[in-house]
Design a protein around this ligand. Structure first.
Ligand code: SF4
Length: 494
């Protein structure tokens, strides 16, 4: 809203005239875009590479045609993956839940399916990226190995909305890596994906990249490692050039809770991987967890502290000759936010009081030498939970909060709790309704007209039932669990 205001563009779509620009959003956060429905003209659902070209071609034609603004929106709605929020009416039940969402324009489909790129080798990938003069997040080459993830972690929205798996070939990746190193001069390359260590040709690729770029001293890093598939050999391979930080995400402190969330890694996986890492010369390990996951108990929280101690023990059990001095273990525990399009979309978030108590518990339990503990402000996580599963009425709250002075809220030091509280009060909406309410199986969600391909009733709900019994679902590369994505196109995910 701030950007639109600074650009002199009316904030509300209904106030934009024929000569105003179209406002288009996309990306994972825009899958449930309903809280932004009053402000955006168009939404790109799914992957943008092909869709953007089609939309721009259409825009050129439309400009030449001299047709109305609405005509462009109607024609855009015909492009697979384009959603025009103003072409849908939402009605509500007396208790505030959504009653139905229906198109009000014949150009709009009943449900809008996300766009999927089929061939990762032929699709556009940036080969000449801007190299900034200042420090930025991801200040390195980001080489995308593949899209999608088959692990099926139940809290993870990306794992559901990026299906199915599509890999780039090792040849294509080497070609891209070469071009990117030449055009940017970066000395670090991240092999990025949702679960990079699942790339089927990882070993071959890492070896080839290392031998190709060893002379240029380009360091490789693998983000978001899974403990079970990260072999010692790879650790050593990457170690050859330079040590980069190691991060692991067990997500939960006990095996029971890891089974609930379907994070199929074990304590043995963690022990093996960190022991190998310490023996290879790493001395700094970061472990990511979430608190407030469905079914969590004190035992699960205690498990986080136990794992921190276990990692410390692994370090001291490593041969003195091999390990490096200066052990540092960082435990980062964020607060769970239930996300739309996931098996946990029916569940309430823990209240702020519960989250604070859990953080307090961990603060004392993690008072261990060499261990640091980071946590997130519960107010921010609460607002995330409200807007993640919000409906169109929250647009008014956003507008009021902005008018009350809320700016740059993603930065904790700028988060203005009073501005948000007042905005909810002024619009007579309760944030608890969105964050703390357990939904019934058949509730119509504000995002039900958006089709990610993954089925709500036959996959997500069933996964939620299994979660409550701590039953796991295997990686669907091994055995297809029928998530429904094949509906979105012939030959998808064979
Ligand atoms: S269709 Fe089967 S294999 Fe493909 S993503 Fe869905 S569950 Fe996995």
């Amino acid at each position: 809203l701030n950007m639109l205001d600074l650009a002199g563009i009316p904030l509300l779509t209904k106030e934009r005239g024929e000569d105003h620009p179209f406002v288009l959003v996309g990306g994972p956060c825009a899958y449930n875009v309903e809280p932004l429905a009053d402000f955006v003209d168009l939404v790109a659902l799914g992957e943008g590479e092909e869709l953007t070209e089609e939309l721009l071609d259409l825009y050129g034609e439309w400009k030449d045609s001299g047709e109305s603004r609405n005509a462009f929106l109607e024609r855009s709605a015909g492009i697979p993956g384009i959603y025009v929020p103003s072409f849908y009416d939402v009605s509500y039940l007396e208790d505030g839940r959504v009653s139905e969402i229906i198109p009000n324009n014949s150009a709009a489909p009943k449900r809008v399916a996300k766009r999927i790129v089929r061939d990762m080798d032929s699709v556009y990938f940036p080969e000449r990226v801007i190299v900034p003069f200042m420090d930025i997040v991801h200040d390195r080459i980001m080489l995308e190995l593949f899209r999608g993830c088959t692990r099926g972690c139940r809290f993870c929205q990306a794992g559901m909305i990026y299906r199915p798996i599509r890999e780039r070939s090792p040849e294509k990746l080497l070609e891209l890596a070469e071009k990117l190193v030449r055009s940017t001069g970066y000395e670090e390359m991240s092999l990025s994906s949702l679960s990079s260590s699942d790339y089927s040709g990882l070993e071959q690729l890492v070896r080839q990249l290392m031998s190709r770029f060893e002379e240029d001293r380009v360091a490789l890093s693998l983000p978001s490692l899974r403990l079970d598939s990260f072999e010692k050999e790879f650790i050593e391979e990457m170690q050859k050039v330079r040590k980069t930080g190691l991060t692991f995400a067990p997500e939960a402190g006990s095996q029971r809770l890891r089974d609930v969330i379907n994070k199929g890694v074990t304590e043995e996986d963690l022990v093996k991987t960190v022991s190998d890492s310490f023996a290879s010369g790493w001395n700094s390990v970061k472990l990511y967890f979430m608190i407030g996951l469905p079914t969590e108990t004190e035992e699960d929280l205690k498990g986080i502290a136990d794992l921190a101690k276990l990692v410390k023990d692994c370090y001291y059990q490593t041969d003195k000759e091999k390990r490096q001095k200066g052990l540092k273990i960082t435990i980062s525990a964020s607060s769970f936010v239930p996300k739309p399009f996931t098996p946990f979309q029916w569940e309430p978030q823990d209240t702020m009081e519960q989250l604070r108590e859990k953080q307090q518990y961990l603060r004392s339990a993690l008072r261990i030498k060499n261990v640091d503990y980071n946590w997130h402000d519960s107010e921010v996580s609460y607002m995330e939970a409200v807007f993640a599963r919000g409906d169109r009425r929250l647009g008014q709250v956003l507008l009021s909060a902005w008018q009350n002075g809320a700016r740059f809220d993603g930065w904790t030091e700028h988060f203005n709790w009073d501005a948000w509280n007042k905005a909810f009060e002024d619009n007579n909406l309760q944030p608890e309704f969105y964050a703390y309410r357990r939904r019934k199986k058949d509730e119509v969600f504000p995002w039900d007209h958006i089709d990610t391909g993954v089925s709500k009733a036959s996959f997500l709900w069933m996964e939620w039932q299994k979660a409550q019994k701590a039953e796991t679902t295997p990686d669907c590369r091994l055995n297809c669990t029928g998530c429904g994505i094949q509906r979105l196109g012939e030959g998808l995910c064979q």
